[in-house]
Design a protein around this ligand. Structure first.
Ligand code: ADP
Ligand code: MG
Length: 261
């Protein structure tokens, strides 16, 4: 087979957890940027109507004409909606608030849970990694993301009740495996917003490791103010503050993801 633009790894990973504020978008943007900076051709698909990864990577929402909504609902080819970012090797398929309508509109459609999968197929092998930033729900958008993915990364915030709601996520994964995507795997679990000043964080870490065993990444993302500032500048952490603890952590996470093949 010939090498070049085609025949890259083509691995699709959903970043999912139906809890909001656990670090899905922060992980999609910064892991995506770090993979790209390590030479991996990477695409982030913003699959959340909030569009936080779209703005977080530096796109102006007011300037976006077409978004992932048009891909899902109007069958616009994903290659026409994809845009390059300021990070070399990193592209993004943006989301706007119009995507909120898709949740209900998908209900009456043919192959409603396969639409993202079909949209990705033609471009899959032109990327090494395709990360899908999921919304904080287990509705049609997340189901589409899981159906389209080879695996899932679950960010878990180090806080009380960290594991709450995860059995629901696991049930959803099992249903997707049963009905549409038998090969869907858990890529890994990433602990986020770790605060080493509290015992709580280490207790939660232990609990999550007990539940998910070797699926938990060795890299733990610390609570780091620079990570929360970067999106308002439209920059991934490695461009905003390369020396920060947050940048170091996401660089390490990218290495781990790559080494797991
Ligand atoms: P989700 O996409 O799961 O809703 P986000 O990634 O948007 O979660 O994170 C929620 C909020 O927490 C955002 O304001 C984000 O900037 C902040 N945040 C995420 N991870 C960290 C971290 N490791 N340290 C500090 N703030 C963080
Ligand atoms: Mg988000």
């Amino acid at each position: 087979s010939w090498k070049g633009e085609q025949n890259l790894m083509g691995k699709v990973i959903a970043v999912a957890n139906q809890k909001g504020g656990v670090g899905k978008t922060t992980t999609a943007v910064n892991l995506g940027a770090c993979l790209a900076q390590r030479g991996k051709k990477t695409l982030i698909i913003d699959h959340d109507p909030q569009g936080n990864s779209t703005s977080g990577i530096g796109l102006k929402k007011s300037e976006i004409r077409r978004c992932i909504y048009d891909v899902l609902i109007n069958e616009v080819p994903i290659a026409e909606v994809m845009v390059a970012t300021q990070v070399e090797n990193l592209s993004v398929v943006p989301a706007t608030i119009r995507l909120a309508g898709a949740e209900a509109e998908l209900v009456g459609m043919m192959a409603r849970d396969q639409r993202l999968k079909r949209a990705i197929e033609p471009i899959k092998d032109t990327f090494d990694y395709i990360l899908i930033d999921c919304p904080p729900s287990l509705g049609n958008l997340t189901i589409n993301a899981l159906a389209a993915s080879d695996s899932i990364i679950v960010p878990i915030q180090c806080e009380y009740y960290a594991l709450e709601g995860l059995s629901q996520l696991m049930k959803t994964i099992q249903l997707v495996q049963k009905y549409s995507n038998a090969d869907l795997k858990i890529e890994g679990v990433v602990l986020t917003m770790y605060d080493n000043r509290t015992n709580l964080s280490s207790q939660v870490t232990e609990e999550v490791r007990h539940y998910f065993n070797e699926k938990v990444y060795k890299t733990i993302i610390p609570r780091n103010i620079r990570l929360s500032e970067a999106p308002s500048f439209g920059l991934p952490i490695t461009l905003y503050d390369e020396k920060s603890k947050g940048a170091e952590a996401y660089i390490e996470l990218a290495k781990e993801v790559i080494s797991h093949g």
